[in-house]
Design a protein around this ligand. Structure first.
Ligand SMILES: Cc1ncc(COP(=O)(O)O)c(C=O)c1O
Length: 476
C-alpha cells in the first residue's frame, strides 16, 4: 500500500503511511501516528484532523480512525478535549545525535568558547544588508528567474562574481567561465569528478591539509597523494609522478598559514604544462591579509591550467553554502555534467541576493569591516602569545586562523584537554587528521581566532594565554 496525504478541513497536509507491512488499517494508522509523534514530525500541540475527515480522506470507516485515536490517547501520545478536537501530546523524546562524518562541528557544552578553525565570527553576518539584498532582488527579479535555470548559475550572479574576483583577486574571469556551487566542498567534489572523466586518477593534496577535502576527492573515485608543505608553501618538486592535478591553498596555506612563493608558483605552472596537469586553487580566505596587499590569485598566471575556487564561507557565513569556480575552457562541460549528476544547485533567491550584495559593493564593505576586526584579533593573539611562548605563530598575518607549532604529540593532547577543562575548545593538527602519510607530521594548535563572537573574544584570549604559559613550543 502506498502513502496517503489527506487534505483536512484545517488545511493540514498530513502524510500517513497506511497499510504498510501488511498491517490492518487501524493498526497502521496507529503506527504511523505514533512514529510521527515520537520522531517529532508531528509536534506537541498540533491539532489532528477530525476522525470523520481523516476517515473520508483515507477512504476507510470512521470507526477505524476512532479506535486508533482512542488507543493513542490511552497510551499518552494524543490528548482529546471536548471542543478543541484531538491534539498531539507533550512527550519526552530522547535527544538525537548526528552520525554524519562530514557534518559541521559538534555542539559545544554551554560556556565553552570555540577556538577551532573553519568559521568566521557568525555574529558579524550582515543581516540587515543581506535582508535588503534579498528584498531588492525578489522585487526586481523576473518570473523566469524562479525556473530551473542554467546549472552554471544565474547570469546575474556569474557576472557579479566575474567582476568581483577580477577586481579583488586579480582573476581572469568571464561570466561564461564561472560556475556557482554550494561552497568549496561542492566545487571540489565536482572538479574531482570532472578531472576523473578527463583521465586523472590521482590528485596531490597539501600535507598538512584538510582531511575533509581528501574525503571529497576520494568520493569522486580519485586517489589522493600527499604533497609536502614547507615554509614557502607546497613543494613543487614533491608532486607525485602519478598525479594529474594538485590542490593548493596558495595565498594562505591551510593550516600552516604560509604563502606559496613566487618561484614555487612558477614551478607548479611549469609542472602543469609539462604533464598536461591542472592546479585547483582553493582561495578560501584570500581577502584576509593584514600586513600588506594580498597576493593575487595564481589563476591569473595561467587561466588554462588553474581552476580558481572561491567561497562565501569565510567572508560572509558558511551557512549560506555559496561558492564559485572559474574554469579553464576544457573543464567547463565536464564540471557542468558533474553538477547535473550531483542534483544540487544554489537556490535562485540566494543567488540573486548575492549578486545584489556584490554589485552594490556591500560585499566589499562587509569584508573590509570583518578584515579590520580579525586583523585586530590576530595582532592581539600574537602580542599575548609572545609574552608566554618563545616561538611565534607560523605563517603570515592573514586569514582566520594561526598555527602554533608544538614540541610533541603529548603536549598537543595535554593542551587540548586542558583547554576544554578551562573553557576553550582547541583544535590539534595531529588530532584533526591533517596528516595523511603513515609517518604523521608535527603537532601544533590551529587557533581559529575569528570563530568566537566579539563578546567572548577577550575571555578566550585570557584563558588561552594562561593555558600556554610554559607550553612546550618548537618551530616546525
Ligand atoms: C582550506 C579551506 N578551503 C575551503 C573552505 C571553504 O569550504 P566551504 O566553501 O565548503 O564552506 C574552508 C572552510 O573552512 C577551508 O578551511
Amino acid at each position: 500500500m502506498g502513502t496517503d496525504r489527506p487534505r483536512t478541513p484545517l488545511g493540514i497536509d498530513l502524510l500517513i503511511d497506511v497499510g504498510a507491512d501488511g498491517e490492518p488499517r487501524a493498526r497502521s494508522i496507529e503506527l504511523a501516528l505514533r512514529q510521527g509523534v515520537s520522531s517529532g514530525r508531528l509536534p506537541a500541540g498540533m491539532r489532528l484532523p477530525s476522525t470523520r475527515s481523516l476517515a473520508d480522506d483515507l477512504g476507510i470507516a470512521r470507526g477505524t480512525v476512532v479506535a486508533a485515536y482512542a488507543q493513542l490517547a490511552a497510551e499518552g501520545w494524543l490528548v482529546s478535549a471536548t471542543g478543541s478536537g484531538t491534539r498531539v501530546a507533550e512527550v519526552h523524546r530522547p535527544p538525537t545525535t548526528s552520525t554524519s562524518p562530514t557534518a559541521g562541528p559538534p555542539a559545544l557544552a554551554r560556556g565553552v568558547i570555540d577556538l577551532r578553525p573553519g568559521r568566521p565570527d557568525l555574529s558579524l553576518f550582515p543581516h540587515t544588508l543581506w535582508s535588503a539584498s534579498v528584498k531588492r532582488a525578489l522585487a526586481t527579479a523576473g518570473a523566469d528567474s524562479m525556473d530551473y535555470g542554467d546549472p552554471a548559475g544565474l547570469r546575474a550572479l556569474r557576472e557579479a562574481v566575474a567582476t568581483y574576483v577580477a577586481r579583488a583577486r586579480g582573476v581572469h574571469a568571464e561570466p561564461e567561465a564561472v560556475v556557482i556551487t554550494s561552497g568549496f566542498s561542492h566545487a571540489l567534489a565536482l572538479v574531482s569528478r570532472a578531472l576523473r572523466e578527463l583521465g586523472v586518477s590521482v590528485i596531490a593534496t597539501e600535507e598538512p591539509g584538510l582531511a575533509h577535502h581528501r574525503r571529497l576527492v576520494r568520493g569522486a573515485a580519485v586517489e589522493t597523494a600527499p604533497l609536502r608543505v614547507g615554509p614557502n608553501g607546497a613543494d613543487p618538486a614533491a608532486v607525485p609522478a602519478r598525479a594529474g592535478a594538485v590542490l593548493l591553498t596558495p595565498s594562505h596555506q591551510h593550516p600552516r598559514g604560509v604563502v606559496l612563493s613566487r618561484e614555487s608558483r612558477a614551478a607548479f605552472l611549469h609542472w602543469a604544462d609539462a604533464h598536461d596537469g591542472f592546479i585547483i586553487e582553493d582561495d578560501y580566505d584570500g581577502e584576509f591579509r593584514y600586513d600588506k596587499q594580498p597576493v593575487g590569485a595564481m589563476q591569473a598566471l595561467d587561466p588554462g591550467r588553474v581552476i580558481f575556487a572561491g567561497s562565501t564561507s569565510k567572508a560572509l557565513a558558511p551557512g549560506l553554502r555559496i561558492g564559485w569556480l572559474v574554469l579553464p575552457e576544457r573543464l567547463r562541460i565536464p564540471v557542468l555534467d558533474a553538477l547535473t549528476v550531483s542534483g544540487a544547485t544554489v537556490g535562485a533567491p540566494d543567488q540573486l541576493a548575492l549578486a545584489d550584495l556584490l554589485e552594490r559593493g556591500d560585499y566589499d564593505r562587509h569584508v573590509r569591516r570583518a578584515r579590520l576586526a580579525y586583523q585586530k584579533r590576530r595582532a592581539e593573539l600574537a602580542g599575548r602569545l609572545s609574552d608566554v611562548t618563545k616561538v611565534p605563530l607560523d605563517g603570515v598575518p592573514a586569514g582566520l586562523h594561526a598555527l602554533l607549532p608544538l614540541a610533541s604529540n603529548q603536549e598537543e593532547k595535554r593542551l587540548v584537554d586542558a583547554g576544554l577543562a578551562a573553557g576553550v575548545h582547541l583544535m590539534g593538527v595531529q588530532a584533526g587528521g591533517y596528516w595523511q602519510s603513515a609517518e604523521r607530521g608535527k603537532p601544533g594548535l590551529i587557533i581559529g581566532y575569528a570563530t568566537p563572537p566579539q563578546h567572548s573574544w577577550r575571555s578566550a584570549l585570557d584563558v588561552l594565554t594562561r593555558l600556554l604559559h610554559g607550553a612546550a613550543v618548537t618551530p616546525w
